[in-house]
Design a protein around this ligand. Sequence first.
Ligand SMILES: Cc1ncc(COP(=O)(O)O)c(C=O)c1O
Length: 381
Amino acid sequence: MATRAAEMKAKGIPVINFGVGEPDFNTPAHIINAGKKAMDDGFTKYTAGPGMIELREAIIEKLKRENKLEFTLDQILVSNGEKQSLYNACQALFQEGNEVINFAPYWVSFPEMVRLADAEPIFVKTDSNKQFEPDFDDLESKITPNIKGVIMNSPSNPTGGVWSEQAVIKLLNLAVKHNWVIISDECYERLVFEQSFVSTEKINRDHQIGAEVLTCLSMSKTYAMTGWRIGYTAGNKVLTKAMAKIQGQATSCANSIGQKASIEALTGDQTCVTDMRDQFKERRNVMVQLLNDLPGVKCEMPGGAFYTFADFSSYLGRKADGKILKDSFDISEYILGCAQVVTVPGDGFGAPGYIRFSFATNIEIIQNGLEKVKSALKQIV
Ligand SMILES: Cc1ncc(COP(=O)(O)O)c(C=O)c1O
C-alpha cells in the first residue's frame, strides 16, 4: 500500500495517509535541545552497553513516579527502540520447539520475532466488543506444554484496545500455572483516554500473583521520538543480563544522543505528553464517529493508542471496479485507487475483514479523507 501510495504521490496525485504508525507531532523542543546539547558537548561516543547509568536512573524514577513500580539498575536495559527490546527478549527466552501465545489481531512484528527465535507463534482469538481482550476459552483450548511465553500489548496496535484489569489478572494467573513468561509491550501506556493506565507488572505485584513479567516501554509514541530509537525493558535480572549480552554483540549500545535526549524527556516538563494525548483523543472521537457513519462499517471506540480498527466485512464478496473484493487487501487497495486514501488491511494483522485507520493526523485531514472514503464505498455494488 505504501509503495502504491508513493507511486501516486510521484505522479502528483494528492494522497491522504491513514496508514501512519507514529505521532505526527514533532519531538518537543526541550527534548530536541537536549539532543543538540549532547552533540555540542561531544557526547557522541559509545555508552555503557545496557544504557547510561543516568538514563537508567531516570527510567527507574519514571517507573516509580508513573507506574508505581520499584526496580534496580540491573533490571533495566536500554535498547535501540523497543523493537530491539522485544527482539532481545525473544532471542533470550525462546528456541526451537517452543510456542509463544500471540493475540490476534496482533502487531505484525510479534509473530515474526517469535519465528526469528525459531519458536512458533500460537494465535489466540480476542473479543472485538470488549476492547479485543483475550477469548479465554480459545486460549485454554490451545495450551500445550510447549508454550513458554505470551506477548501482550495493551493499549494495542492495531486495535487501540485497552484490556480490563480482570482480563490481565486472568492471564497472569494462567502464566503462573503454566510457567509462562509474559512480555508486556506497553509502548502506548501514556495514550489511554478514559482511565489511567496500569502496568501488567503493577497488577501482578498488587495481587501477589507472582508471574514473570518483562515490561517493555518506548520513548517513541509518548514523546514523539520514533526516529531517536530509544526503548527499554524492566524485569528479571537474569533475563536482563542475557538480553544485554545479545544486544552487546548485535549493536553495542543505544545511540548516545538519543539517550541524552531521553533523560530530558523523562525528567523534564511532562505537559507535552498530556497535550498530545488530549489532541489524539479529540481526533479519535471524530474519526470513530465518521467511520460509523460509513454505510456497512462498524467501529468500536478504542480506549488507547492512535488507531481505529474498523469492521469492513460487509464489503467482502461485493464488486468494485468490476472486481470482487475477496479480502481486506482488496478493500484497502480499492480505497487507495478510488479515494486516494491509504489504510492498512487487517489481514496483515490476523484480522480478516478489518481495516486500520490511524488518527495520527489532523482533524481536517480526517474529515476530508473519510468523506472521500464514503464516496468510494458508495460505488461498491
Ligand atoms: C505495538 C508496538 N510495539 C513496539 C513498537 C516499536 O517501538 P519503537 O519505536 O520503540 O521500536 C511499535 C511501533 O510501531 C508498536 O506499535
